[in-house]
Design a protein around this ligand. Structure first.
Ligand code: BES
Ligand code: ZN
Ligand code: ZN
Length: 466
């Protein structure tokens, strides 16, 4: 990645300066004869639009910021637009201390996601942030470190399933933990059997690559934040096979696991005075002669039996066990993160994560997301939907066959069976925003977004302060 530094005056060798343009504020641009330039170059203040125009001291990169200047988005867009040049300066002279931290995060998040399958065309080496002289000595390392964890998670999530399977991801956790204060415990299939994790085992049965549960712990003292992530390294749907088109992209189905992993390592790197446990529920959902069949009954770790009517609703099965393992540790708050339902994208589109749960955790997540600049939307768990999961054969069914109403909420109800009634619990369905099929926008690249990591880290920061 490019280096990022603060300075009051740009170095002489940097000839491109990125400046923000807010709608209706064209006169703030540092160019003479503006109107002419604006019409000649098609400069636009629209969010994410970028235009290069010559000026007295080199090239100006004019970044459209819409109605309101968000420094994280501005810096990210400037960096992304400059991938093919060597050096860039960004005008942040108007930023306050907090805004500067956001801008540093953005300047790092705008880097292209590393990809080992194709030669990189990125040339950008150096980004200088031009700041108020009073802020040149601000410690920007925490912001850079957070962004680096997000970028690593994006790369992991983008990795195709032929190169990433449950045990491989478990190994990556072990390697990542070396030299850090995060401890790692991996449960293989034998241990999962001993621990009665029938949900994770039931989902993993169809694959030649067995399931794993990874427990990451960081003891920073203070409040205990418990995290659970859905880690399906590929979701074919199992015997309830997905249609060809819907199966494309299902390598992203481990995004929840990568998110909680990145969050705990980032929290450790920041040395936040909180205790964090992250449980990764890892399995590959494949059809085979060994696979769980529609109609099979699984016995979960908390003793409840589940009639699996659709093997494609597998995320809730692995998370059920993960939530039980975590709840046994009695954390102060529980947050699970999962690409859980297609219904989440029908309800909320591709930019908002659905937020459900019980108790204080909901408010904490909403607040943290707002501070971190991520989009979450609270959804209800309506009472009348719960009976849809009643089963004649088992304690609960994993879906209601033929029902299409409220799919995201029903999944939320299913998960609630594995969280103690009194627990403070938030469930984030990131099926929509985890992956960006479209053009990059704000600080989000094409492909995996790394969404929710910053929200979780902010949640930990808020817990550390109160
Ligand atoms: N991994 C999918 C959810 C998903 C769909 C994520 C599209 C991202 C984009 C999940 O395991 C799944 O298949 N859910 C089913 C549930 C249904 C069978 C009740 C779905 O959403 O169709
Ligand atoms: Zn599925
Ligand atoms: Zn899935």
């Amino acid at each position: 990645m490019h280096t990022i530094s603060l300075t009051a005056n740009p170095s002489a060798h940097i000839s491109i300066l990125a400046v923000p343009l807010i709608e209706g504020r064209e006169k703030d641009l540092p160019v003479s004869d503006q109107e002419n330039l604006i019409s000649a170059y098609g400069v636009s203040a629209k969010q994410d639009s970028v235009t290069r125009v010559p000026s007295e001291n080199g090239t100006l990169l004019i970044v459209g910021c819409g109605k309101q200047l968000n420094f994280r988005d501005f810096a990210a867009t400037a960096v992304r637009a400059s991938a093919k040049i060597l050096n860039l300066a960004i005008d942040l002279t108007a930023a306050t201390e907090d805004q500067l931290r956001e801008a540093v995060e953005g300047a790092a998040l705008g880097a292209q996601t590393p990809n080992t399958y194709k030669k990189s065309e990125v040339k950008l080496e150096q980004v200088e942030l031009i700041v108020d002289p009073a802020l040149v000595n601000l410690d920007i390392q925490p912001s850079i470190s957070l962004a680096e964890h997000v970028i690593k998670a994006r790369a992991l999530i983008n990795t195709p399933a032929n190169d990433l399977w449950p045990d491989r991801l478990a190994q990556i956790c072990q390697q990542t933990a070396e030299g850090t204060a995060v401890s790692v415990e991996v449960w293989d299939e034998t241990r999962l059997e001993q621990e009665n994790c029938g949900g994770i085992l039931g989902v993993g049965r169809g694959s030649t690559r067995p399931p794993r549960l990874v427990k990451l712990s960081y003891q920073g003292g203070g409040k205990h934040l418990g995290l659970v992530g859905k880690g399906i390294t590929f979701d074919t749907g199992g015997l309830s096979l997905k249609p060809a088109e819907s199966m494309v992209g299902m390598k992203y189905d481990m995004a929840g696991a990568a998110t909680v992993m990145a969050a705990i390592f980032a929290i450790e790197a920041l040395k936040l005075p909180v205790t964090v446990t992250a449980i990764l529920c890892l399995a590959e959902n494949m059809p085979s002669g060994q696979a769980t069949r529609p109609g099979d009954v699984l016995k979960m770790r908390n003793g409840k039996t589940v009639e699996v009517l659709n093997t494609d609703a597998e995320g809730r099965l692995v998370l059920g066990d993960g939530l039980t393992v975590l709840s046994e540790l009695n954390p102060d708050h529980i947050v699970d993160v999962a690409t859980l339902t297609g219904a989440a994208t029908i309800a909320l589109g591709n930019r908002y994560a659905g937020l459900m749960g019980r108790g204080e955790a909901i408010t904490h997540v909403k607040q943290a997301a707002a501070t971190a600049g991520e989009l979450v939307w609270e959804m209800p768990l309506p009472e009348e939907l719960r009976p849809l999961l009643d089963s004649d054969l088992a304690d609960i069914a994993n879906v209601k066959i033929g029902n299409r109403a409220g799919g995201m909420l029903i999944a939320g109800w299913f998960l609630s069976e594995f969280v103690p009634e009194s627990a403070s619990w938030a469930h984030l369905d990131i099926a929509g925003p985890a992956n960006n099929d479209g053009a990059p926008y704000r600080s989000t690249p094409k492909g995996s977004s790394g969404v929710a990591i910053r929200t979780l880290v902010q949640f930990a920061r808020d817990l550390a302060e109160n």
